[in-house]
Design a protein around this ligand. Sequence first.
Ligand code: CMP
Length: 235
Amino acid sequence: MNDPTRASDPTAFLATVPLFHGAPARALEVAASVVRSRRFEPDTVLFREGDTGDALYLLAEGLVKLSKVDLGGHEKTLALLQPPEFFGEMALLGHATRSATAVALSHVSTFLLYRDDFQRLLTAYPTVSLNLTTTLANRLRGMDDEAQVLSYKDAPGRVAYVLLRLYRSGVVELDAGGALVRLTHQDLANLAGTSRETVTRALKALEAEGVIVTRPKEVTIVDAEGLEEVLHGVR
Ligand code: CMP
């Protein structure tokens, strides 16, 4: 979703970012005066897991993938982010290194908020601190849910969970036929923490249930409720 005002009017854009929801106008003005605009081409690495981090990223346009390499050397996709989300705050909290790699999956436009400015905003504006804590709590809740699904569900359940997460977070294109997910089987495997072959078999099973339709490099969710039923084992 590209909105030209996002890149050209930082204050209006910042007001939409969850970090600044309900924050006083002064907090937005201060943030807008210190952020730096940065654009990235598709497939560019914004930063890598293990790098030292000096800035938080506010995503104004495009799609960003956050991923880690697991102990077996496989990529695990943690999240696909779109505007107006933010990321890259963890390395600024307690001088840790980047916990994941961030890659631009399309043309990406961001605003960078550097460590000292971020910390000054957190200290001066409790709303901003509370919003940060809320985001971290939501992320932890999401990871707890995912850990349950990935440990206890069979392959169709895991893939159903991943598709529903993409559906709910809006990383889909809606049309009359359903919600289109433009990802390869390998992309879905990286999200589900499983192999490409397992995803291919699981997608066939979900298609036979009539809840999705598959085509090369895309999956259309035609029955989100049915997908939910597969996830909860009632179908
Ligand atoms: P940081 O560690 O600075 O760089 C990687 C970023 O990825 C991290 O900050 C968070 O903003 C983000 N991140 C890490 N883990 C997750 C997760 N499980 N879900 C969503 N975002 C994450």
